[in-house]
Design a binder for this molecule. Structure first.
Ligand code: NAP
Length: 330
């Protein structure tokens, strides 16, 4: 093993929150592998980020079968890191994967059939060089597969010992309620719901947050920086190396609107007053909600990761700050 983690990793600033009513605590900041960890990316940079994250109390790593590009390569790189550095620390890590988006050719390579999920979990475990994932998510409600089929496959995956917990992601509210009930009745309750939540996307506030709280399910918020828009990066145009500019990125230049950037510029005043970066303000804002157990950030390099991690030194927003942010966002 060519890595010795920092001894003070659990006492050097990270904050942990209970995930719903479960026995699991999650770091308020988790690291996601959607972008920046595939074969097209620099492995050494990716490894440095994971080491730095682990050294600073991030023990939750969020993956999915299709992360890359190419699809599967983020999990393969993670598996290489496990072998190279983290295997002795497996019990300190909370690792998630997901299935449900298009992954391989043919009629079974996408959606959430039993056939897809059973094959996918095995593929993910092989790629990641681990025996089980801590949480396995249904990545989305696909609108085609009967929910009972998807839920029973998830329950069976837990019974097979391939996942410790189940999670759901991007489910419309009625489908979510049905799925939660199914899992509860089956004795494998849903641990966490993963949804997009940031200053520019507040759909989760309509019902998801409240329902998760009432059912004792933790909320794990993804894209808390709106894929980078809630940082200072786009204040003066679209940098060539940004996600919006790169062809493989899921952020489109058309998503970076002048209206949003004008709001980010106003948010910067509040961030400056707090002695924070815009990204730290944006993360603290998502975490102001008690229902949110963790935000999953993306980072392209160590500087971005360090910047986001500093959020934990000033997490609380006072009422006047929250009201001023509300005024800007409306
Ligand atoms: N369940 C789902 O369906 C789902 C969907 C999406 C995401 N997720 C999870 O959530 C994770 C995070 O999503 P995300 O990558 O969209 O999160 P995000 O934190 O909103 O965006 C991350 C991007 O913002 C930019 N950035 C980050 N920190 C910065 C900083 N300090 N200063 C300037 N720019 C900064 C970087 O983009 P540049 O490349 O432009 O520098 C970075 O790649 C994913 O990796 C995945 O694990 C889950």
């Amino acid at each position: 093993m060519d890595y010795t983690p920092q001894q003070d990793r659990y006492t050097n600033g990270m904050v942990y929150r209970r995930c719903g009513n479960s026995g699991i605590q999650l770091p308020v900041i988790s690291l996601g592998f959607w972008h920046n960890f595939g074969f097209i990316d620099n492995y050494a940079t990716a490894l440095d980020m994971v080491k730095y994250a682990f050294d600073h109390g991030i023990c939750h790593f969020d993956l999915a079968n299709n992360y890359g590009p190419p699809a599967g390569s983020a999990e393969e790189n993670f598996g290489r890191m496990m072998k190279q550095c983290f295997a002795p620390h497996r019990d300190e890590m909370f690792i998630s994967s997901k299935a449900g988006h298009e992954m391989w050719d043919g009629p079974y390579g996408g959606c959430s059939s039993r056939k897809n999920l059973m094959a996918s979990i095995d593929q993910s475990l092989r790629r990641m060089n681990i025996d089980y994932v801590d949480i396995f998510y249904s990545h989305r409600y696909d609108g085609v597969t009967p929910i009972d089929e998807t839920m029973q496959a998830l329950v069976d995956i837990v019974h097979q010992g391939k996942a410790l917990y189940i999670g759901l992601s991007k489910y419309p509210i009625e489908k979510l309620l049905y799925a939660l009930n199914y899992l509860h009745e089956a004795g494998v309750p849903c641990l966490a719901y993963q949804g997009r939540y940031n200053m520019f996307d507040r759909l989760m506030e309509e019902r998801h947050l409240q329902i998760c709280a009432s059912k004792g399910i933790g909320v794990v918020a993804f894209s808390p920086l709106a894929q980078g828009i809630l940082t200072d990066k786009y204040l003066n145009g679209i940098p060539a190396d940004s996600r919006a500019a790169r062809p493989e990125g899921y952020l489109k230049t058309s998503d970076v609107t002048s209206e949003k950037i004008a709001k980010v510029a106003r948010l910067k005043t509040i961030a400056d007053e707090r002695g924070q970066s815009i990204s730290q303000l944006a993360l603290a804002w998502v975490l102001r909600r008690d229902e949110v157990s963790s935000v999953i950030i993306g980072a392209r390099n160590l500087d971005q990761l360090k910047d986001s991690l500093r959020t934990t030194s000033k997490l609380t927003l006072d009422t006047s700050e929250i009201n001023r942010i509300e005024e800007i966002l409306k």
